[in-house]
Ligand binder design. Structure first.
Ligand code: MLT
Length: 405
């Protein structure tokens, strides 16, 4: 008789966003007339910009010719895209990252979920609390944690770095020494950013303790303030201790196209074994690359037209963020985030839990958000709204929230 991977049985219920989708679809079945506004999952709503559409069309035409046809691509991704990324996202910002240190993939979620495979099972993992659930769940699946503890609301064996109102949602360096440290800034879900000085402390800490920082920079395009790092490689010594993940989903609307990349500097090694080589081995074995068409679309993100058009798109979402932040404040809510990130983190009304507020908001205002506790115990009492809706829906949702709370 075969057996299953029993670590999966430790997982709590279904994936957060699947649970929410199920709840909303049940509500809609019961209330078919309800006009539900979704500000839950961070999925974009604006169409792909013209520069990207043009690049896709051109690549489609190319693929229909003998000379322009592309089969399996290079393992790490096409050089034309890796060169753009190295120049625009790193070298122009003074970060010493080269094209050959970049791995193209079909999305950051896969990479942040899969990266743990190249590390030993005995590694101690630190995550923020609240946290994007993928970091935790993939380590649970791999068997790197103990059971879920209902009393603490966390998994045994994981180190939780509390991100609470009291510490400005910025994690403190832990006393126990983790081997793998997941950080995401600007942060999902709190929408808060980290300063370069604070991030440098993490880099120094990791280098002193021999830890690796797994840095998720999916939301860097939303940074509006000075002194907030766009990449961990802006910090000295980060090449020796950090892997960075990027997504094209949030800055360029690729949630449906799928494209991302991971940077593993050459210096990063463990007892003489290069992490770059390990990931390369994994990539080559388990993955055949993002589609040529999509990589060409990714290249257009860095063209001058693409950059100008995407700047406007990001500004559109950030105006939503401002409207939500100001609107909720005016309605008496305590609100965080939304300045350097497309997420707004609000305190739910007193005497309500995050899930109670979710149900109440759906019932009264037909607005969907994400309960803070879905991101971990540290998110209890909070609620996340995304700025990725349309302007019309954002304004309508605000109006309804103001009417009922
Ligand atoms: C979120 O809503 O937290 C994100 O959209 C999820 C993701 O990027 O996978």
């Amino acid at each position: 008789m075969y057996t299953i991977n029993e670590h999966y049985l430790k997982l709590q219920g279904s994936y957060l966003f699947s649970t929410i989708a199920k709840k909303v679809s049940e509500y809609q079945k019961e209330h078919p007339q309800a006009e539900v506004i979704r500000l839950g999952i961070g999925d974009v709503t604006q169409p792909l910009v013209p520069a990207i559409i043009e690049a896709l069309h051109n690549a489609v035409e190319e693929m229909g010719t003998t000379e322009g046809f592309h089969g399996y691509g290079p393992e790490q991704g096409y050089e034309f895209l890796r060169e753009c990324i190295a120049r625009e996202d790193y070298q122009n910002r003074g970060c010493p990252i080269s094209a050959e240190e970049i791995f193209i993939s079909d999305g950051a979620k896969q990479d942040v979920g899969n990266i743990q495979e190249i590390f030993g099972l005995g590694n101690r993992v630190a995550v923020c609390d609240p946290v994007y659930p993928v970091y935790v769940d993939t380590n649970v699946m791999a068997g790197r944690t103990g059971e879920f503890n209902v009393r603490t609301g966390g998994y045994e064996g994981l180190i939780y770095l509390k991100c609470l109102e009291e510490n400005g949602f910025s994690p403190r360096l832990p006393g126990e020494k983790p081997d793998l440290i997941y950080l995401c800034f600007p942060n999902n879900p709190t929408g808060m950013a980290i300063t370069r000085t604070a991030l440098q402390e993490w880099v120094d800490y990791a280098n002193q303790n021999g830890s690796v920082i797994l840095y998720d920079a999916a939301y860097e395009a939303y940074i509006t303030e000075e002194g907030i790092p766009h990449s961990i490689y802006e910090c000295e010594g980060a090449r020796r201790c950090a892997i960075e993940f990027h997504s094209f989903s949030k800055n360029a609307g690729f949630t449906g196209l799928r494209l991302g990349y991971t940077v593993i500097p050459r210096e990063l090694s463990c007892n003489g074994v290069s992490l770059h080589e390990l990931w390369n081995r994994r990539h080559g074995t388990k993955y055949n690359g993002a589609p040529y068409l999509v990589q060409r679309a990714g290249e257009a993100v860095y063209s001058s037209e693409g950059k100008a058009q995407l700047k406007e798109q990001v500004a559109y979402y950030m105006e939503n963020a401002r409207l939500i932040r100001e609107g909720l404040k005016a309605a008496g809510f305590t609100v965080y985030g939304g300045v350097n990130a497309p997420y707004i983190w609000l305190k739910v009304p007193e005497r309500m839990s995050s899930w109670e507020f979710f149900d109440d908001l759906l019932k009264k205002a037909q607005v969907v958000g994400t309960p803070g506790v879905g991101f971990g115990q540290g998110g209890e009492g909070f609620f996340r709204l995304t700025a990725f809706g349309t302007r019309e829906n954002t304004l309508k949702a605000l109006e309804r929230i103001k009417r009922f709370y």
